[in-house]
Design a protein around this ligand. Sequence first.
Ligand SMILES: Cc1ncc(C[n+]2csc(CCOP(=O)(O)OP(=O)(O)O)c2C)c(N)n1
Ligand code: SF4
Ligand SMILES: [Mg+2]
Length: 354
Amino acid sequence: MPAIKVERQMLPMFASPNQGARFYNPELPQTEPFVPGHRTCAGCGPSIQYRMTSKAAGDNTILVGPTGCMYVANSSYLCTPYNVPWAHTQIGSAGSFTAGVAAAYEAMIRKGKWKGPFPNIICEAGDGSASDIGLASISGALYRNHDCLIICYDNEQYANTGIQASSRTPYGGMTTFSPPGKMVPEAKSLYPKDLARMMAAGHPHCYVATASVGYPIDLMNKVRKGLNHKGAAYIMIYTPCQKGFVYETPRSIDLGRLVVECGLYPMWEWDPEKRKFDYSFRPQNMRPVSEYLKLQGRFGHLHAEHVATMQKFANMQWKMMGVELPDALVRAADVKNVRDMGAAQAAEAVALTV
Ligand SMILES: Cc1ncc(C[n+]2csc(CCOP(=O)(O)OP(=O)(O)O)c2C)c(N)n1
Ligand code: SF4
Ligand SMILES: [Mg+2]
């Protein structure tokens, strides 16, 4: 019997502008593969992201994910928010499990054992899994080009086990494993691993992108592009965690925008056909990092010199994206022009200069 051709769906892009996040969008699918009533904290960035991602994917979707808040906090025996087939995997095996699901559907369809269309196979791994413990298995799945989308929901820490530092925790980020003290007053002295660029550089045949919950339409379009791409795709998504970042719960989307507007989370896509980065995404505003830092308790210990160091880092990222720096951001990288975070109100004066 000749092998049956595997048919794949093409999901259309949303036409709404990238910046329009706060209004009702009639184009949004009504379907809710991630239902309300889940058990994560109020304002949980990873959950908000999960809802956007699964809405963009639709009902013909299989979700998998390695241990982390999205599976442990979110589900218990006979009770989960997932309205489509899903599986919880071991924290180190996100990539191998996902690869197995994709390969099995491919084989079952070719042999006529599965009559339906090829499903959207999405793995959602936390940064602890995607950037540290499960990095090898994810790289394997991307390298072998299984037809799946692997997402790193990046809350910049190991949240589920009580907020420990991961390789995605930013410079200056306080966690239980990186407390500020006399020896290391900035709490974390290392810069975050450049995970998404590492994935693009190492697996150039894959679609790779970064996204943020602050820009839902952009996020959902990138999810659809990743699913439409024949082969493996990878997206790293900024998802704030109110418990670890220590902020007011209604500010999750604000943080998702500020982190981009401050140059701390560059937004880009890697085009596997052209083998080029696309840095054309531009936020509406450019702001000093103090605007972002002052909203979060995890940065409350930073001194002016640390804030200036972070501004230098952000300025380098803007330059990497080909953006010309306004004078105010150059000035904000000079320690003389910044204040300690302890005086967050004072930092506002710097913010108002842009
Ligand atoms: C091999 C292994 N090591 C450690 C753990 C403990 N553990 C469970 S959840 C978790 C945190 C995972 O962090 P992340 O992937 O960032 O997801 P988040 O909790 O932030 O959603 C850890 C370390 C585990 N389950 N398995
Ligand atoms: S600890 Fe953070 S990631 Fe975990 S459920 Fe709460 S807000 Fe979400
Ligand atoms: Mg995490």
